[in-house]
Write a protein that binds this ligand. Sequence first.
Ligand SMILES: Nc1nc2c(ncn2[C@@H]2O[C@H](COP(=O)(O)OP(=O)(O)OP(=O)(O)O)[C@@H](O)[C@H]2O)c(=O)[nH]1
Ligand SMILES: [Mg+2]
Ligand SMILES: [Zn+2]
Length: 302
Amino acid sequence: MKGTVIKSTGSWTLVRLEDGTRHECKLKGNFRMRDIKHTNPVAIGDRVVVVFSEQDSHGLIVAIEPRDNYIIRKATKLSKVSHIIAANLDYAFLIVTLAHPRTSNGFIDRFLVTATGYYIPAGLIFNKIDLHSAKEDQELQSLKKIYEDAGYLCYTVSALRGDGMESLRSILKGKLSLFSGHSGAGKSALIKAIDPVLAPKTGKISGFHHKGMHTTTFAEMYEISSGGFIIDTPGIKEFGLIDFEKPEIPRCFPEMERLLPLCQYKNCSHTHEPGCAVKSGLIDGTVSRLRYNSYISILNDR
Ligand SMILES: Nc1nc2c(ncn2[C@@H]2O[C@H](COP(=O)(O)OP(=O)(O)OP(=O)(O)O)[C@@H](O)[C@H]2O)c(=O)[nH]1
Ligand SMILES: [Mg+2]
Ligand SMILES: [Zn+2]
């Protein structure tokens, strides 16, 4: 029978069959051996084939269908193994908070580079706008403009107050979306606000550091009553990039990729070349300095 992985803890996997029923499943032994690069051979979102036998109350996953796409991260910048966060996504959203906790621009850009690099439509959901000071509201407006101009979907919401829920529900409808972000950004709270029938566990923000408490410990897929699925994930500190070589980085910044035809060299890296349209854009203000700085920092990491 065919189904989709909706939770995987490493030792067992929860699969939702096409009829909507959920079953704990085990993985056929040889999958573990085959995939040594990744810590998890089966990822949430994977479409799988499950067989049931009379001797075992668990199902057995015997096949994983080829993935349409997937998003991967390294646990840290230095680690060799990587973790498949999720597969077969329609959207990858980063939940961003300007405060409580603070989401840095570098983190935002690394997330977007990864999603864009894997051809997954990506966006930012700015949460906790109810807590904003006037200065944070201003910062939000300028960030939103930068990222919308770059070509990313942007939403401003408050899970607490319910602002922005209608437009969020309409983009999520009928799709499989990933929610990622720092611990405490409100990923789980947002899922509850989108569909109050759902009840992922939510945590507190520590009083001193204004950081989350890592409440969500395993990724889990939730089904929205009005249609669509959201994957709630554990909060992450860093977003180590993998798989992408230096020459691939420019295409992961859409606003720079669009300017490439205007650069003098068709393989322009937008760093030292003469006649570079991105560098002219920096001067006349059509390319964001913030984004360019991230671009250079990511290039220098390769
Ligand atoms: N004021 C305010 N608080 C919020 C909002 N959204 C979430 N919170 C609070 O932020 C805290 C953390 O929310 P969670 O949903 O647990 O955060 P998370 O991103 O799931 O965190 P992890 O599971 O640890 O990765 C909770 O106390 C929420 O009530 C919001 O829009 N406004
Ligand atoms: Mg959570
Ligand atoms: Zn250039």
